[in-house]
Design a protein. Structure first.
Length: 180
């Protein structure tokens, strides 16, 4: 079993930024998705209404444009889910799917784990301390001449990015001869 996680955030610094969305996909040993969880977290600190767009006043332009385009700002603003309620729901999802204590899988998963550690420590503690970082395979593949995985245009949404990460992981494992 593999547990792939992706967070969408307001930026890159867990001490200064917030989690906007949690996406989790549980896969079987063949990387076939068997369950998915996604929830936007309510966030309105430092936000202003400008027309129909909700513009966080302290967020950099790249993140602002990305989450306006994918609709996450609006979804997060209108969500009634708190960090604690999303954290509890994610742990319940892992428990229901017998996925507690599994390694955490994802692209640059240390980024996501740092946000979990800061903002959702109970969820972070629900995983094994080890990570399976797809970015490591990507870097090693590049150094050893393995072709890059086909790139899907990222939706920058939790579950969608988890599914893209699974495809990328399968690509590198296949190229390295590690797939069962």
């Amino acid at each position: 079993m593999y547990v792939v996680l992706d967070l969408e955030t307001t930026g890159t610094d867990p001490d200064l930024e917030a989690i906007l969305e949690v996406g989790i996909v549980i896969c079987d040993d063949n990387f076939d998705p068997i369950a998915a969880f996604e929830s936007a977290v309510h966030w309105d600190e430092l936000m202003e209404l400008e027309g129909n767009l909700i513009i966080p006043s302290s967020v950099n332009d790249v993140v602002l444009e990305m989450h306006n385009k994918n609709g996450l700002w609006d979804e997060s603003y209108w969500s009634d889910a708190t960090l604690r309620s999303v954290e509890r729901a994610a742990i319940e999802f892992l428990t229901k799917n017998n996925a507690l204590g599994q390694e955490l899988v994802g692209n640059t998963i240390s980024f996501d784990r740092a946000f979990l550690h800061k903002h959702m420590p109970k969820l972070e503690a629900a995983f094994h301390y080890r990570n399976i970082d797809i970015s490591t395979l990507k870097v090693l593949g590049n150094k050893f001449g393995i072709p890059a995985a086909p790139k899907n245009p990222s939706a920058h949404r939790g579950v969608s990015d988890c599914l893209d990460s699974i495809l990328e992981l399968e690509h590198y494992l296949s190229q390295m001869g590690w797939v069962r």
